[in-house]
Design a protein around this ligand. Sequence first.
Ligand SMILES: C[S@@+](CC[C@H](N)C(=O)[O-])C[C@H]1O[C@@H](n2cnc3c(N)ncnc32)[C@H](O)[C@@H]1O
Length: 294
Amino acid sequence: MSWRLCCSRRTDPPAPLSTPADSYVLGTHAEELERLRFQHDLWRPTAEAAWRRAGLATGARVLDLGAGPGFAALDLARQVGPEGRVLGLERSAVYVAAGQELARRAGLSQLELRQHDLLRDPLPGGPTDQPTAGFDLIWMRWVAMFLPDLEPLLAALPTALAPAGRLVLHEYVHWDTFGLHPHGAAIRRFGRAVQQSFVAAAGDPDVNRHLPSRLAAAGWRLEALTPLPVLGGQATMAAQWLERFVSVYSPQLINQGLWSAADQTEAEAEIEAAARDSGSFWVGPTVLELRASR
Ligand SMILES: C[S@@+](CC[C@H](N)C(=O)[O-])C[C@H]1O[C@@H](n2cnc3c(N)ncnc32)[C@H](O)[C@@H]1O
């Protein structure tokens, strides 16, 4: 496990961009958008290493499923260059608009963000979208865990992949590693409440326990299954990411009756105790990298 280096703390997020009217359990308000930006900053090196291992090259065509506001898609677009193409599919109109604005400001015409529901809309490259010859890389991170039904997507993936293409998924495999040590009894309960809330929204927090076997059964060749742990001591990016998650998601957990103001007070006291202990550290839920081809 590697300790991640410190970065400066971000300022407080602005007011919500929209009411979280869509069914994405974490919401699409401005605070969550900023959390996703910080999350991508933390995970960028890991994602880039995964793309390299999958053979991502200049001129490649990439499909980013559940792209959020396009933070990874933006990096992918820079890597494939103007000769390549990156298509990010995302259900939230707010996130699509934010990603389109990012692409416009960065002058990345090879990047397209499109509103798309993975549960309902056919994937590009399928029979209803002939012009594309398939994608060299299909990338999906922290999205399958929110899909109540994976079958339509799994069935459509092969048609969207180019003959020598790769599928790379970064999804969680072990949420129970979430914790703050040695101070975090309430934080541990928080991690369990988060998992309950994902399950209540018909998601599966540890979806990557099942995906390798389902893909193998559907004829995919599994090339890599690599655990990606994350942990960090006080003032590291990893610690800030997990601390921020507790603060952003606790109001929603309280609304759902899975967490209480008293629980939150206890969790905050643990975070304060950890801040005074230079040996304390956070551990995130473990991600599993899955790389597969046909
Ligand atoms: C945790 S975010 C991850 C975003 C991005 N993949 C990343 O790694 O930064 C999950 C994203 O999945 C999107 N999502 C959830 N269900 C979806 C669906 N049925 N179709 C398309 N996108 C979906 C959400 O709107 C959200 O943007």
